[in-house]
Design a protein around this ligand. Structure first.
Ligand code: SAH
Ligand code: SF4
Length: 366
């Protein structure tokens, strides 16, 4: 935590402060005795060229670097794992009040995509998702969301990935949690990433399981961020059996909100579809999904289900994945199969928070 002289009182649910936990505009309040240009220099380091260690903030005086060294990051990095020949990197961040969150960076030739968490745990309890299976701990603060990006970027500068850009080019809110159930903090994190860090809104995608009021609010924001809608089933009975939230916001409502998003922002939504053997990989589901995708002009991302400890559902076979995709294509919908990254380190979609022994396992400090 910050030394006392670097703390200010905040109205946030978690009562602590640090450079990433205050709005960038309020950084000066943490450093009342520093001239404005110093605050600007610090803001530049935090948001434009993050470094893991404040020693790297070379234009700041030594004394200030030392004051920062205790509490620069709002979490501790408890574990780093790599897979896929060094092009997938997963961090486990420990928050000072106990919960752990994760972020996964995937390197490609022309981009790097960072998958970040918006909540510690998730309250929505989707049957196939490891995060949902272990329940909800708390919402993340905007600064805790942004700091995941900045840590990944700083780490990437220290240790680049083979044949991949040296900074975070794309961000997806597809890690732990339901971003639109933590709207206020997620919105503020988007603002800082877009308006302060300078990320292109179009390079950011928020994924939702169908929090309809949040989808509509996001549509009305001034940025062209992407929206991914996790559909997974194309009729209500099946969808409700997988996604409890569907009882509150059934398919028709989710589709209408997705349509509103497209109409308002001009950005097509994408549809996420986690393929589970004999559950939602049938011809019937493809026949119901295709018209929805066509109406929304949406791209369907097919994700072969990644195994998680607490569900009996199994991934669809490769053949079934292909034939489901082909059926969608034949019905005039756009669809591709998402390649799996990070499965060996439980870093793939829906696996975050799944320890190898099947228990949460990440609460060692409690
Ligand atoms: N709460 C949001 C964002 C986090 S989940 C949402 O649900 O959209 C990110 C994506 O991973 C979602 O599309 C989700 O459905 C998918 N997912 C969850 N569990 C999965 C699993 N076991 N295998 C593959 N994808 C999974
Ligand atoms: Fe929460 Fe998304 Fe997992 Fe459902 S799939 S439990 S909404 S993180």
């Amino acid at each position: 935590l910050m030394p006392t002289e670097l703390r200010i009182v905040s109205d946030d649910p978690v009562d602590r402060d640090g450079p990433y936990l205050v709005a960038p505009e309020d950084l000066g309040q943490l450093l009342p005795d520093e001239p404005e240009f110093r605050v600007d220099q610090l803001r530049e380091w935090l948001y434009r060229k993050p470094v893991t260690d404040p020693e790297g903030m070379v234009n700041l005086p030594q004394a200030l670097r030392e004051r920062l060294s205790d509490g620069l990051w709002p979490f501790e990095v408890e574990q780093v794992q790599e897979a896929d020949g060094g092009r997938t990197r997963k961090w486990l961040f420990r928050l000072p009040d106990g919960p752990a969150i994760e972020a996964v960076l995937m390197g490609y030739k022309t981009r790097t995509t960072l998958c970040i968490s918006s909540q510690a745990g998730c309250a929505l309890g989707c049957t196939f998702c490891a995060t949902g299976q272990f329940g909800f701990e708390r919402n993340l603060l905007a600064g805790e969301i942004v700091a995941q990006v900045q840590w990944a970027e700083a780490s990437l500068r220290n240790q680049p990935m083979p044949n991949s850009p040296d900074h975070v080019t794309n961000i997806v809110y597809m890690g732990m949690g339901e971003p639109l159930a933590n709207y206020r903090q997620v919105r503020e994190s988007l603002r800082r990433l877009i308006e302060v860090k300078g990320m292109g809104a179009r390079r950011i995608t928020v994924s939702t399981v169908g929090v309809v009021p949040g989808m509509r609010k996001l549509a009305d924001e001034p940025w062209q961020v992407g929206l991914a809608v996790s559909l997974h089933a194309a009729e209500d009975e099946l969808r409700s059996s997988l996604i409890p939230l569907n009882d509150r916001h059934p398919l028709a409502e989710v589709e209408a909100a997705a349509q509103y998003f497209f109409d308002t922002t001009g950005r097509r939504v994408s549809i996420e579809w986690t393929l589970m053997d004999a559950v939602n990989d049938t011809d019937e589901q493809a026949d119901l999904l295709a018209p929805i995708a066509r109406r929304l002009d949406a791209h369907v991302n097919l994700i072969p289900m990644n195994p998680t400890p607490l569900t009996e559902d199994r991934p669809s076979s490769d053949d079934q994945v292909e034939s489901f995709k082909d059926r969608l294509l034949a019905l005039g919908a756009n669809a591709t199969v998402r390649t799996i990254r990070g499965q060996a380190i439980d870093g793939a979609c829906g696996q975050l928070r799944a320890a190898p022994d099947g228990r949460p396992g990440l609460t060692s400090k409690r």
